[in-house]
Write a protein that binds this ligand. Structure first.
Ligand code: CA2
Length: 143
């Protein structure tokens, strides 16, 4: 089983700014945690981050026929991007939406998720552990 893990805009700043929301661990720490979990689970994983919406669309499309599942934190594009919804809906690769924080408890503009209806599950408010939970949701679905 192969999982593609995608992180959206500004998540490259993890551990550098806003520790009150996102903690003190970096994107490299998150990637290491995900890769260690994948090794434990006996699966393969590829982690990518971008600040650009089109990159996320391209990478979601690239999962068709190459990945068994996608874990995605679209970050701010969660609340704006029909293109990302269309991509996930189009490729039909099982996808889990992840958020480090719980956007529903923050500013009102974070309460809308365009991608959510295209996903098999959402994990939010669980910090980095949410990404690992999302990987297990996808692995359980493959059993
Ligand atoms: O809680 C999440 O994971 C979010 O997807 C994070 C996004 C935010 O727009 C969503 O509403 C919820 C923001 C990611 C920005 O990450 C930063 C990390 C450190 C410093 C600054 C930004």
């Amino acid at each position: 089983m192969h999982i593609l893990v995608l992180n959206g805009p500004n998540l490259n700043l993890l551990g550098v700014r806003e520790p009150e929301h996102y903690g003190t661990q970096t994107l490299a720490d998150l990637t290491a945690m995900i890769e260690a979990e994948a090794a434990d689970m006996g699966i393969t994983v590829e982690c990518r981050q971008t600040n650009h919406e089109g990159d996320l669309v391209d990478w979601i499309q690239s999962a068709y026929g190459t990945a068994d599942g996608i874990v995605i934190n679209p970050a701010a594009y969660t609340h704006t991007s029909i293109a990302i919804f269309d991509a996930v809906n189009g490729v039909k690769v099982p996808t889990v939406e992840v958020h480090i924080t719980d956007p529903d408890t923050r500013e009102p503009f974070r309460r809308v998720s365009y991608i959510r209806p295209a996903c098999i599950a959402t994990v939010k408010g669980k910090g980095f552990a949410g990404y690992l939970e999302a990987m297990h949701i996808l692995a359980d679905r493959m059993k």
